[in-house]
Design a protein. Structure first.
Length: 45
C-alpha cells in the first residue's frame, strides 16, 4: 500500500504506524499461537 502513496505521505504513514505499533506492543501481552488453526482465544480470554 505504501508504494501507491506519494513519497512524503508514505513516510508520514510509516512513522505513524510505527509509533502506534510500539505503543500497542508495550502495553499488550503477546498472544501465543502455535499455528493458524490453534484456538488461542480459549486460554487467553
Amino acid at each position: 500500500m505504501l508504494h501507491a502513496l506519494p513519497k512524503k505521505s508514505a513516510q508520514e504513514l510509516r512513522k505513524l504506524v510505527w509509533a502506534l505499533d510500539s505503543k500497542i506492543l508495550t502495553r499488550a501481552k503477546v498472544v501465543r499461537a502455535d499455528s493458524p488453526g490453534t484456538p488461542w482465544w480459549r486460554d487467553q480470554l
